[in-house]
Design a protein around this ligand. Structure first.
Ligand code: 6LW
Length: 573
């Protein structure tokens, strides 16, 4: 178990030293309708990580735990940069930096301004699909797709931590999973998934296309070239050939792609050509990564692996990042598709990530790179982290739902606390609620918070959520009903029916202005427990052993993962 992160530990210690106490803050200020969160604590404790914790020669997979899908990685000098999809969450496209491919620090979010990211009315699993990050001639490029509204665009920056430019749109790149390739001769290309040349021959029949990109003008130029029709073997009706990336090695061009769809049958495949525009021929051994053929009853399976990107170290070693899932039941997982790391072997000039019946390991030997100190905010293995909300801004891992159009949170009205202004905004595609969430990153995890809030009118509510999407979440809330204040648990697993929809447990409570109520959600694979307390650490179980499968991708659908969230709702329109 990694101890509390250094930065947050320092904040906590300094706070206590100043005579404050992070958990028993009282405020003389009258209770406003605002919800004030004094701190938020997250802890993950997956058994698979306990045996190898602390082994400095090894790293834990996933390297980015929790909903960090569709990874893309690049290297500039000694620094590696990695980005992930973010769908309808704002800010969008988290960007990480590392020097050893294992210790990753989030340096920001690429799309952190409304002018870059219009997510209004986007479904949670719409918005930003797979990004790619590349570096060319002193400039970083991030290329991605905003689904349903505008399509493919890229942004650039000289500093990867930002600021990044506003979007330049590429309307001829009419599919998903676009990727830049900058060739040695100065020419540049975009490869991407799109429809096949003629009518699809079967459901899931897609193709990989390429078009030249003019760096100087930032525009696409020339005809589109078909690189792959369907997949490795069209006669077998391969589905969802996507996530293409071109790499060059030994003067040959390698095209790696995902095939099989981003679920149980996912895989990574490879093609090769002598010329950048092809013809690309499939390798002798495909897929180069999959887990779909393995015994489903194996312990602690890692499944749905695919959507890889390659990066080469200065010493010439090749490594792959790719997405995978960690089900607790029959293809049932709540925390989404995570980022994993494995070395790439070259066999007869063809890359292989895993061969035969090899399983993706939860622990592996570190890359031969100078090991870096553990990041202040851990992203892998077991850890505990506490956010003291000392501001001035939200840590970069906090996510909002869709693009905020007003500032409904602050760190100033109650110093040392995150204040959320309740608004009449619920969970539906038209809303932009007063909600901030952070990923559940472990199968066994807990989230807790201290909240100072007194609802004013019937229907007002605020509290802690386990949130998969607008229709699939648990809400542990302080609410006002019939003129009385209660702590209650709402279970949502489908379309909302009314203001008291899904209440599965409640208890009356008397809250005095300024005194915190403590809320905790405990995840145990597919079972969730919900607690409250009026003194820190003194927990009362409100509802135990609740059905967590409603938070799974299998039940809820989509491409995202569970977030633990803080939320405030006002019944007043
Ligand atoms: C991503 C694509 C995919 O763009 O899902 O099913 C999309 N495969 O690679 C969102 O993750």
């Amino acid at each position: 178990m990694k101890t509390i992160s250094r930065i947050l530990a320092v904040i906590l210690l300094s706070h206590v030293a100043l005579g404050g106490c992070a958990s028993a803050r009282t405020s003389s200020a009258p209770a406003s309708r605002a919800a004030r969160f004094d701190w938020f604590s997250y802890e993950g404790d997956d058994s698979v990580h306990r045996a190898t914790a602390g082994d400095r020669g090894r790293y834990a997979n996933p390297v980015l735990a929790g909903f960090y899908p569709d990874p893309s990685v690049t290297r500039v000098g000694e620094d590696y940069y990695l980005v992930n999809s973010s769908f309808a969450y704002f800010p969008g496209v988290p960007i990480f930096r590392s020097r050893d491919l294992v210790s990753w620090t989030q340096i920001g979010n690429v799309l952190d301004r409304p002018s870059q990211l219009q997510l209004d009315s986007a479904g949670i699993s719409r918005g930003i699909f797979a990004p790619v990050i590349r570096h060319h001639d002193g400039r970083f490029y991030m290329l991605t797709t905003l689904i349903d509204r505008g399509g493919t665009f890229f942004v650039t920056a000289t500093n990867p931590a930002g600021p990044w430019s506003d979007p330049t749109w590429l309307p001829t790149v009419d599919g998903i999973d676009p990727s830049f390739y900058f060739d040695d001769d100065g020419k540049a290309y975009v490869v991407f998934n799109s429809a096949p040349a003629g009518p699809p021959l079967y459901n899931g029949h897609r193709a990989i296309w390429m078009q030249q990109f003019d760096v100087a003008s930032g525009k696409m130029t020339g005809p589109k070239t078909l690189l792959v029709n369907g997949g490795v073997d069209l006669s077998k009706k391969p589905i969802w050939i996507e996530a293409p990336h071109i790499i060059k090695r030994g003067g040959k061009y390698y095209l790696i792609c995902a095939e099989g769809g981003t679920e149980f049958n996912h895989s990574e495949v490879v093609f090769r050509a002598d010329s950048v525009s092809g013809p690309y021929r499939p390798g002798p051994v495909n897929p180069i990564l999959t887990q779909r053929h393995l015994d489903a009853a194996r312990p602690n399976p890692i499944t749905s692996t695919g959507h890889a990107d390659f990066v080469q170290t200065p010493a010439g070693d090749w490594w792959a990042v790719f997405l995978g899932t960690r089900p607790y039941g029959d293809d049932t997982y709540n925390i989404g598709r995570e980022t994993f790391l494995l070395p790439v072997q070259w066999v007869n000039e063809w890359p292989v990530i895993l061969a035969g019946n090899a399983v993706v390991p939860h622990s592996a030997v570190r890359p031969a790179l100078p090991a870096q100190p553990a990041p202040a905010i851990p992203t892998s293995g077991n850890f505990r982290i506490r956010d003291e909300f000392d501001g001035p801004e939200l840590a970069p891992y906090w996510q909002m739902i869709r693009t905020p159009r007003t500032r409904w949170y602050d760190f100033t009205s109650s110093p040392g606390a995150l204040t959320l202004q309740p608004r009449h905004a619920g969970f539906d595609v038209a809303s932009q609620p007063s909600f901030v969430g952070r990923r559940q990153q472990h199968l066994v995890a807990s989230a807790s918070t201290a909240m100072r809030y007194v609802p004013s009118i019937d229907g007002d509510k605020a509290g802690l959520l386990a949130f998969q999407n607008d229709q699939h979440y648990y809400f542990l809330a302080v609410a006002r009903v019939g003129g009385k204040t209660q702590i209650r648990l709402e279970k949502h697993a489908g379309p909302a029916t009314g203001p008291d929809d899904g209440v599965v447990a409640s208890v009356p409570v008397t809250l005095s202005a300024g005194r915190p109520v403590f809320l905790k959600i405990q995840a145990r694979g597919g079972r969730y427990d919900f607690y409250y307390g009026l003194r820190e650490g003194d927990w009362t179980l409100l509802q135990g052993d609740a059905d967590g499968t409603i938070l799974s991708t299998k039940v809820a659908g989509g491409f995202v993962g569970t977030l633990f969230g803080l939320y405030a709702f006002s019944a007043a329109p």
